[in-house]
Design a protein around this ligand. Structure first.
Ligand code: C2E
Ligand code: MG
Ligand code: MG
Length: 678
């Protein structure tokens, strides 16, 4: 690995270029300086040489100039040709008249005669003028001007400059190899640092640099880099820990599990068993015993499951009370079951936390993948479906994913779609089932039960669509429709003189949790004009689970203030803590059919039924028994002094007008009523 920069952009390249440029510049400057020095010396030498010659000839000319003797002046001048490099000579008298001249240059410029031309001018012209006075006695009689050839100086200068320029270039070029070791010393630690940084960034390996032979600022740089790497490594470790591990159990978290799934998909791991575990009733344990104990339980369960995981397997905590495991390799159903059995067996011993003994169990979903890698979201879906199926089968169950589960899911989606449409098109209605007072034998009211009659599919049972409505968040809308229909019907009976006939309506948890629900019920009563005391709201025990007693108590009291009755429905099927009853002001208790079914003297169930009835009476509640199908059951209920009964023995739930007829018929055939009317 290394920097892939062009050479001229590397630090080494730049330093080399800088050295070469410096050497070149220094050489050139030196050359210019020496050249100028040489030029100056040569020019001065030439000038002195010309001047000395000029003085000699000036004195030889003095007499002939004074006498204006041109021919003797010319003679003197001719001999000047013996002096080398003289191009031109002229003797001029004080009037400016040229008395004699020599050479083929026929004119003289004034600055050649008078002035001191610059070196530049001298060099470009290639000649040098020298003028000396011709003196006779003490009197100036004229001027001798000579023009010397200095082209040799120019040539010399040219060669000097050329050779030094070549030398400078050669020196600059030589600077590259010569400066190599120096550059290496400066640059190599920086290059090493750069490469180490790149590697750290790419591989996140956070390795320290060990360069022994550096010192000074480079040493500080390397040491600082190493200290920084150390800091980053520590921070990276704790960030990774936070991002990919669950702080409570120390297991990989959901994001990490997702990565494992993606990795095995990318590596085309074709065979593996995937498990998802969900602690049964964890929320109830958490709510009842507190989060501290809940956390301790999670840690314990995590450690136990992990202890029996095959060595090549991984386990993660992927949600509140959900764990997931991957066991790679070719795994058959039987092998997967063996793995699961070992893991689950660790939970047989109760968990002991702060003096509590908790028997924890898990529900498990399993997905087996063989032959072809399956993408992570598909595996997740399969696990969820398998877990869902296991949970539906009861506590501590496991299910392997089956393709029918997808169909069931699709059916669910289809059902919800249909339900949504049914609600919009008012295909949801209510049937009414009479409730009879066991003492008088008269019908005292009805329970309104939601019915979905699809124009094509016919009746869809509540056991199917009520849970679907709850899952899809449609239960409040459905409940409201039923409540309205029931109140309208109750009002019709009231108006028809059916004095005292009440209507009971089932209310789900989601409705209760809706803000302003009490006001909402009051508004429906106001809309339909049903007297509040003729309405009874049935709640199941699931309403209280995980909620504060005070809130439920308050709500029940609010209904009581409005004059609405409340009933605890399906008593005996849920969490059934009798202590609820003591604190909650329900008017009625509806005993689930499970206790009424097959009620006959002496059976255990019947004893329980008797106990529940007397307990409810003790708490001042009216007891309604649900689901009586036979006269025998009815007689047992009468004997145990249940207040009312509802069941097929009297009537099935029916459309309102049929329910009215059935109730009337019942009342007419009722001997108690006949006695009264007789
Ligand atoms: P539930 O409130 O306990 O209603 C009594 C159920 O027992 C009704 O079932 C009724 O038809 C059935 N039943 C009555 N007598 C007998 C009998 O003698 N033998 C047998 N085997 N069954 C009897 P249904 O109508 O299928 O309703 C089932 C559950 O659906 C209801 O139980 C209630 O929890 C829920 N549900 C029905 N309508 C609504 C509604 O409008 N809102 C909400 N939230 N839940 C509703
Ligand atoms: Mg009910
Ligand atoms: Mg019930």
């Amino acid at each position: 690995m290394g920097t892939n920069l062009p050479k001229r952009k590397t630090i080494g390249g730049k330093i080399a270029a800088l050295i070469a440029f410096s050497v070149f510049s220094a050489m050139i400057l030196l050359a210019i300086f020496l050249g100028m020095l040489q030029l100056n010396t040569s020019v001065q030498g030439k000038k002195t040489q010309l001047e000395s010659a000029a003085y000699i000839y000036a004195s030889a000319l003095a007499e002939s100039i004074e006498t204006q003797d041109r021919s003797s002046a010319q003679k003197v001048l001719r001999s000047i040709t013996r002096v080398p490099n003289i191009l031109y000579a002229a003797a001029i008298d004080t009037n400016g008249q040229t008395i004699a001249s020599m050479g083929n240059v026929t004119f003289l410029t004034s600055d050649q005669v008078e002035g001191q031309p610059s070196i530049f001018k001298l060099l470009t012209k290639g000649n040098m003028p020298v003028a000396v006075n011709i003196v006779r006695g003490d009197e100036k009689v004229g001027k001798l001007v000579i023009l010397g050839d200095i082209r040799d100086i120019r040539t010399q200068l040219f060669w000097t400059l050329l050779t030094t320029a070549v030398a400078s270039i050669v020196a600059a070029l030589l600077a590259f190899p010569i400066s190599g070791p120096l550059r290496k010393r400066i640059v190599s630690p920086i290059v090493l640092l750069t490469n180490a940084m790149q590697k750290t960034r790419e591989t996140r390996s956070f390795e320290k640099l060990s360069i022994a032979e550096v010192e000074g600022e480079t040493r500080v740089l390397v040491d600082t880099f190493n200290a920084m790497i150390n800091d980053i490594r520590e921070r990276d470790t704790s960030l990774r820990q936070l991002a990919y591990f669950d702080p409570l159990t120390g297991l990989p978290n959901r994001a990490n599990f997702q990565r494992m799934l993606e990795d095995s998909y990318e590596n085309k791991t074709s065979s593996a068993a995937y498990f998802i575990f969900d602690i049964d009733n964890f929320h109830a344990i958490n709510d009842a015993m507190g989060h501290g104990i809940g956390d301790a339980l999670l840690m314990d369960v995590a450690a136990r499951l992990k202890s029996e995981l095959p060595e090549n397997g991984s386990i993660a905590r992927i949600g509140g009370d959900e764990f997931a495991a991957i066991v790679p390799g070719f795994i058959t159903k039987a092998l997967a079951q063996d793995v699961l059995a070992k893991m689950i067996s660790t939970l047989f011993e109760p968990v002991k936390i702060l003096g509590h003994e908790i028997h924890a169990s898990v529900s498990t979903g399993i997905a087996l993948v063989s032959e072809q890698a399956v993408n992570p979201s598909e595996i997740q879906k399969q696990l969820d479906l398998a877990l869902h199926d296991a949970k539906n089968s009861g506590l501590s169950h496991f299910s392997f994913f089956r393709s029918e589960m997808v169909e069931a899911l699709n059916e669910d989606a289809e059902l919800i779609k249909g339900l949504r449409a049914a609600l919009a098109q008012n295909h949801i209605t209510a049937f009414f089932q009479p409730v009879v007072n066991l003492e008088t034998g008269y019908v005292e009211g009805f329970e309104a039960l939601a019915r979905w009659i699809d124009p094509v599919k016919g009746h869809i049972p509540p056991s199917k669509f009520i849970p679907a409505a709850e899952k899809a968040g449609l239960i409040s809308a459905l409940g409201e429709q039923v409540l309205r229909i029931a109140c309208q019907q109750g009002k019709s009976w009231h108006d028809a003189g059916k004095a005292g006939w009440t209507v009971a309506v089932n209310i789900s948890t989601a409705q209760i949790l809706q803000s302003g629900f009490v006001e909402h019920v009051r508004d429906i009563l106001a809309d339909t004009n049903l007297p509040a005391h003729l309405l009874c709201l049935e709640l199941t025990e699931s309403v209280f689970v995980g909620k504060s007693m005070n809130i439920v108590q308050k709500m029940l009291e609010n209904f009581r203030v409005l004059g609405i009755m409340t009933a605890l429905d399906d008593f005996g099927t849920g969490y059934s803590s009798l202590s609820y009853l003591e604190h909650l002001p329900f008017d009625k208790l509806k005993i689930d059919r499970a206790f009424v079914k097959d009620a006959r003297d002496g059976s255990k169930n019947t004893e329980l039924l008797k106990g529940i009835i007397s307990l409810a009476h003790g708490l001042g509640m009216v007891v309604v028994a649900e689901g009586a199908e036979t006269e025998i059951e009815l007689n047992v209920l009468r004997r145990f002094k249940a207040d009312s009964v509802q069941g097929y023995v009297i009537s099935k739930p029916l459309p309102a007008h049929q329910a009215t007829l059935a109730a009337d018929l019942h009342d007419k055939n009722n001997p108690a009523k006949m006695q009264q009317t007789a």
